[in-house]
Ligand binder design. Structure first.
Ligand SMILES: [Zn+2]
Length: 513
């Protein structure tokens, strides 16, 4: 990460220059071109959606509606980008924009809004972030992993699937959870409100949205704190700024704009009618996460009774059956989820694990591979590792386990330990360090180090010396135990004054039980 950052700082000095901010028209320093921003957005859009619950599919017409409102506001922005808008199947009230104009709004935010103009205000704000290259600035300042620019994903993730997200997914998490800063928020409010007013909406809706956010933040509802408030902190100042801007816009002639309250109520009706079903589902998820399985069971049944067409409800019942080791039931529930939505990684991951436990290795591998194409996760790589290991392909298993081990999650750690358990006895020299030195009393001393995160046993190092007379001598030294991250000194031989050359190679070791 540091190496990448340093090389990019160097790159900035070489090729960094002035760019025009598309919404303010001002010249500013920057090195992430619009073409790069569009490429980043396109690369990160799918994983960003996947780690936030995937697309909302029960009422496709709602997505069409949001897309139409978004396209109308985007057209009024005057900044041409390949804009896209999706509704995510997520109860947390949130919306975000990736560089290059890829936007998302959660169904949990849509149900909080009162009219189409408020939606236009939210989308206008996010469009202004993308059009105003705010994400690019965060990358330039190193606030978001600059690895996005070189196609290497590192850095910490902070999302629903943070623990298991890998590679490209970690970068997506960094982009959608970033805080742009106060100046960027002020700019996004200002231009976003102008965009929606130009699109024919009444700008007063930008004030009512801010008031709503402020009131909710003061009530301290946690789902809001996790969502929109984290990246877009509401404040009395923002409400006041928007109010002043509305006065300016009225003076400029923006009168009689549309609120679209009826159109919004019509578009939201199917989703609002499922409010109880999603509340039961959210309760079930919390119950399952806390291992209250009876409670989870009851709430899932309630959600399914209210709305059978939501794939996530079937998927969650699959997760519960998986936790109960009822693999055939789990597979049937994931089948139902996939019938209803074949574009979400978690259903393929769950079914892959269920099929693996049922002994259907080929079908399991197909599902796990499909889940990885949607979102790379430690869980899928670890399961593929187990399948390869069971098939006797240890090299392949080790590669999968080590990939899973790049995640800091418990699954990742367990996979890394498994990789070492398999590979270390065969290639101890790859993981262990052995160094020789001669002390003041002319004794040859061996230092053996275990830089791995696992405790080892029966660590054997072969030492070969060459004396002044050209005679070679071989020694073997074994340590019964060598803890993770520790180092030990062992006497090889006394009277080593005559030794001209010596080398040490770890030849055996195993992971301690
Ligand atoms: Zn914002």
């Amino acid at each position: 990460m540091d190496v990448i950052r340093r090389s990019l700082v160097a790159l900035t000095l070489l090729v960094g220059g002035c760019v025009e901010n598309p919404i303010t028209g001002e010249r500013e320093l920057g090195f992430v071109s619009m073409a790069q921003q569009i490429a980043i957005g396109e690369q990160q859009y799918l994983p960003a959606q996947q780690m936030q619950g995937g697309r909302y599919r029960v009422d496709e017409a709602l997505t069409g509606y949001v897309q139409a409102v978004g396209a109308r506001v985007a057209a009024a922005s005057g900044v041409e980008l390949p804009y896209e808008f999706v509704v995510l199947n997520n109860s947390v009230p949130n919306a975000w924009a990736l560089p290059g104009g890829k936007l998302a709004v959660n169904r949990g935010l849509l149900t909080e809004l009162s009219n189409e103009a408020e939606l236009a205000a939210v989308l206008g704000h996010e469009i202004a972030h993308a059009a105003g290259r705010h994400g690019a600035k965060s990358i330039e300042r190193g606030m978001v992993s600059q690895a996005v620019l070189v196609g290497v994903a590192v850095g910490a993730a902070d999302s629903e699937y943070a623990g298991t997200a890998l590679g490209v997914a970690q970068t997506a998490a960094g982009l959608i959870n970033q805080k742009y800063g106060r100046d960027a928020e002020r700019e996004a409010d200002y231009y976003g409100t102008r965009f929606m007013a130009r699109a024919g909406y009444d700008p007063h809706a930008a004030v009512t949205v801010q008031q709503k956010l402020l009131a909710l933040s003061e009530r301290g509802e946690t789902s809001w704190i996790e969502g929109l408030f984290a990246s877009h902190p509401p404040s009395a100042e923002r409400v006041a700024n928007n109010r002043a801007l509305v006065e300016t816009l009225r003076a400029e002639g923006f009168q009689g704009g549309e609120f679209g309250a009826q159109a919004y109520q019509d578009a939201l009706r199917p989703l609002r009618s499922d409010a109880d079903a999603y509340a039961a589902y959210d309760g079930a998820r919390r119950a399952l996460a806390e291992d209250r399985r009876g409670d989870a069971e009851a709430r899932i049944e309630e959600a399914l009774r209210l709305q059978d067409r939501e794939a996530a409800f079937h998927g969650l019942r699959g997760d519960l059956r998986l936790a109960q080791s009822r693999y055939d039931d789990a597979r049937i529930n994931y089948d139902r989820a996939i019938e209803r939505n074949d574009g979400y990684f978690a259903y393929f991951l769950g079914r892959g694990i269920a099929r693996a436990r049922l002994g259907a290795a080929d079908a399991a591998e197909a599902d796990l591979t499909r889940s990885l194409a949607l979102l790379p996760s430690a869980a899928a790589y670890a399961e593929l590792g187990r399948l390869a290991e069971a098939a006797g392909d240890h090299d392949r298993a080790v590669r999968y386990y080590l990939t899973a081990g790049q995640s800091g999650s418990a699954t990742g750690q367990a996979a890394r330990t498994r990789a070492l358990t398999l590979d270390l006895p065969r290639r101890p020299e790859r993981y262990l360090e052995a160094q020789l030195s001669r002390d003041a009393a002319a004794r040859l001393i061996l230092q053996v180090s275990n830089p791995t995160p696992v405790d080892l046993a029966d660590v054997t190092v072969a030492v070969e010396t060459v004396g002044q007379d050209g005679a070679r001598r071989a020694y073997r030294r074994t340590l019964p135990a060598l803890d993770a991250g520790s180092s030990r000194l062992v006497l090889v031989t006394e009277g080593a004054a005559e030794v001209l050359d010596a080398r040490a190679v770890p030849v055996a070791a195993r992971v301690a039980n």
